[in-house]
Ligand binder design. Sequence first.
Ligand SMILES: NC(=O)C1=CN([C@@H]2O[C@H](COP(=O)(O)OP(=O)(O)OC[C@H]3O[C@@H](n4cnc5c(N)ncnc54)[C@H](O)[C@@H]3O)[C@@H](O)[C@H]2O)[C@@H](O)CC1
Ligand SMILES: Nc1ncnc2c1ncn2[C@@H]1O[C@H](COP(=O)(O)OP(=O)(O)O)[C@@H](O)[C@H]1O
Ligand SMILES: [K+]
Length: 495
Amino acid sequence: MTAPELVLTPSEMKQADRDAIASGIPGIKLMRRAGRAVAECAEKLASPGAAIVVAAGPGQNGGDGFIAASLLAERGYRVTLGLLGPAERLMGDAAEAAQGWKGGIVPIEDLRFDDADLIVDALFGTGLARDLGGEARLAVERMNASAKPILAVDLPSGIDGDTGAVRGAAVRADRTVTFAARKPCHLLMPGRAHCGAVEVADIGIPRPILEARGGTLFANAPALWRHRLPRPGLTSHKYERGHTLVASGGATRTGAARLAARAALRIGSGLVTVASPPEAIGVNAAHLTAIMLRGCDGPEGLHTILQDQRFNALVLGPALGVHAGTRAMVTVAVHARRSLVLDADALTSFEGLASELHGAFSHAPTVLTPHGGEFTRLFKGRPDLLDPESKIERARRAAAYTGAVVLLKGADTVITAPDGRAAINENGTPYLATAGSGDTLCGLIAGLMAQGVPAFEAACAGVWIHAEAGERFGPGLIAEDLAELVPGVLRDLLR
Ligand SMILES: NC(=O)C1=CN([C@@H]2O[C@H](COP(=O)(O)OP(=O)(O)OC[C@H]3O[C@@H](n4cnc5c(N)ncnc54)[C@H](O)[C@@H]3O)[C@@H](O)[C@H]2O)[C@@H](O)CC1
Ligand SMILES: Nc1ncnc2c1ncn2[C@@H]1O[C@H](COP(=O)(O)OP(=O)(O)O)[C@@H](O)[C@H]1O
Ligand SMILES: [K+]
């Protein structure tokens, strides 16, 4: 089994770096390996003898740049190196790396990028401490304006390693070589878009050290949850595969529930029932075949249906309406202690009532699936949950606060569990931004939970499978297509 990909924050990486040094690997050795990895990548991007311009910063990122510059010059490239700040201010390993550089050092403001065949951006890495200004910012803007290929060392300078935010200005790289593990900025937007293709170079920090310092943040990929995917046994019957219940909106708002229901069925829930308000039974009946239908008159109706213990997973929210009735249905579901996915109107109905959700979901597996707007409405008046700059931190705090898995949607969907685990998704496509796509996602997650997949893994798998289906379809995708693409994605995963 492949191990899940660890993602380390800049401070975790610094600690891992220190642990590695304490375990007997000298810092300069780590830097040499990092610089060599950069040089090897540069060689793939520039033809022999090409002009390579290295922009080095005042810290260790600059040190990596010096090592790469020296190796590339030895290998016959025409290397020019510009430094931000005086060479005398370089410290520690970076100072040692600079001593190995036999070429001249140009002040950064005199460095010309327009003549380069390749630019190596070694200005700032994980040590960026404030917004770019002055010469640093000008250098970044000139690099971008040159339209030459850029190879970023560790991360594109100006990108915040923790949050992926642009701090004043940031390099737009074609390729990024990072070390030991990816950092959040390689997966979170807009950082991810600034990185180009990212390569992770092994610089000899052993995985146990990375696990000890990181170990809670992952890239969302099958390695994280494939082992949890349900495979029906030879003698399985449908009730062993779970029964998902999806609440429908009124007569003119029924499509969302059917999208979720179909997705739950496609991902393997043995049975799926739409719980419909009486006035919408006719519309729902006209559109459902394998999916069953039950009349459900508000919270009392839901309470009655849930007396049947076989309904083991629920979707509440899509097109249910923003009102107290929806809140009451959530309360009924929570008391029934079934696996639960809450989306859309089930979240918005709690606008300004975040305190009602404090610890509310700690008794049964629950997944909340807000997009950014829903998240802001849901936690209005809770700056502790809304203010952190990092999307991961916001989602983590919301999970700890509510006791639910929180799935904060977007191009860089983040999934967090109350125990602190977090995953960042990256296999989506902008074609997923289409009406009803989120409803389908709810159904996938509930369908997995109905089959016994734990909430965090169900959310992570649901997001990945949803995105993969969207990616496979591409242009013209509508929400109805997504569930139909799930079997192909599942077949590949279960192979
Ligand atoms: N952690 C590790 O395992 C390894 C790290 N290495 C490199 O070390 C880097 C981190 O090194 P550092 O911690 O020295 O940090 P950086 O080199 O990223 O930057 C820190 C330096 O930039 C200055 N600075 C920060 N923000 C600035 C701003 N907005 N404007 C002007 N100056 C600013 C700081 O005063 C400091 O001198 C990594 O990104 C990586 O490239 C590698 O050498 C290999 C090993
Ligand atoms: N640019 C994008 N790249 C990747 N995925 C995206 C992008 N925009 C939206 N998505 C995904 O599409 C889905 C949209 O969900 P949502 O906003 O709830 O839509 P709806 O309410 O119409 O169903 C989410 O899973 C979200 O992560
Ligand atoms: K950099």
